[in-house]
Design a protein around this ligand. Structure first.
Ligand SMILES: CC(C)(COP(=O)(O)OP(=O)(O)OC[C@H]1O[C@@H](n2cnc3c(N)ncnc32)[C@H](O)[C@@H]1OP(=O)(O)O)[C@@H](O)C(=O)NCCC(=O)NCCS
Length: 186
C-alpha cells in the first residue's frame, strides 16, 4: 500500500516541484497531505488494502469516510493502478467493478460505473459490467463512462461526455453519446 501511495505522491511532487523549485521535500509532503485531492486517493488506497486483506468492514467504513470527507465514492473493490490523480474532489463515483491503469487523471463529477437501464445491466461476454480504463487516460469533468467499455491507453474523455462504446488507444471522445476521434497533436 505504501509503495502505491508513494507513486501517487511522486506524481504530484513532480508536478509541484517544477512550479515551486525552492520547496523542500518535507514542506511539499505536508502541503500535499493537506490537499483533499490527495486525501481521497490515500483513503482509497487504505480501504483497498483492507479489502485485499479480507477486512471488508474496515474497508467499507473507509469508503464511507471518503464519501463524507471528500465527497468521492471510490469503491475499495475498484482496481486502480499507481499514480492516480484526482484533480478536484467532489462528485467522483468509481464503481466496484471498474479497473483503472496507471497514471490516470480524473476530474470532478466523473462517474465510472455500470449501464443500468430498464433492460437490466449491460454485461460483456467476460461478465464485466463496468469500465476498464487503460494507462495515462484523462477523464474530463462531469464525464460518464458507463458499462463494460474499454478505454485505451493515452485516451482522453472530454468534459461532460457520456461514453458507452470503446475508445481506441490515443483517441479523444466527446459528446453525448461520445464519438471518438484521433487526438490532434499539439
Ligand atoms: C475533449 C478535450 C480533451 C479535447 O481537447 P483538444 O483535443 O485539445 O480539442 P480542442 O479543444 O482543440 O477541440 C476540438 C473540438 O472539440 C470540441 N470540444 C472540445 N471539448 C469538448 C467537449 N468536452 N464536449 C464537446 N465538444 C468539445 C471543440 O469545440 C472543437 O470543436 P471544433 O473542431 O468543431 O472547433 C478537451 O476539450 C476536454 O474536454 N478536456 C477536459 C478538461 C476538463 O475537464 N477540465 C476541467 C477543469 S476544472
Amino acid at each position: 500500500m505504501l509503495d502505491v501511495i508513494k507513486c501517487d505522491l511522486k506524481k504530484r511532487r513532480e508536478k509541484y516541484a517544477s512550479r515551486f523549485p525552492m520547496l523542500s521535500a518535507l514542506r511539499l509532503a505536508v502541503a500535499v497531505a493537506l490537499l483533499p485531492q490527495l486525501r481521497t486517493v490515500v483513503i482509497y488506497r487504505m480501504s483497498r488494502w483492507f479489502r485485499m486483506h479480507h477486512v471488508g468492514l474496515v474497508a467499507r467504513m473507509l469508503d464511507v469516510l471518503n464519501i463524507q470527507v471528500c465527497h468521492c465514492e471510490i469503491s475499495s473493490m475498484a482496481e486502480i493502478g499507481p499514480g492516480l490523480e484526482i484533480a478536484h474532489v467532489g462528485g467522483v463515483v468509481i464503481g466496484g467493478g471498474t479497473r483503472i491503469g496507471s497514471n490516470c487523471l480524473i476530474f470532478q463529477g466523473v462517474t465510472l460505473g455500470n449501464a443500468y437501464g430498464p433492460r437490466g445491466i449491460k454485461a460483456a461476454s467476460d461478465k464485466r459490467i463496468q469500465p476498464t480504463i487503460g494507462n495515462d487516460v484523462t477523464i474530463g469533468a462531469g464525464a460518464m463512462v458507463l458499462g463494460p467499455v474499454i478505454v485505451g491507453n493515452n485516451a482522453s474523455v472530454g468534459a461532460n461526455a457520456v461514453v458507452v462504446d470503446d475508445i481506441p488507444e490515443g483517441f479523444v471522445a466527446i459528446g453525448v453519446p461520445a464519438v471518438s476521434r484521433p487526438a490532434v497533436k499539439a
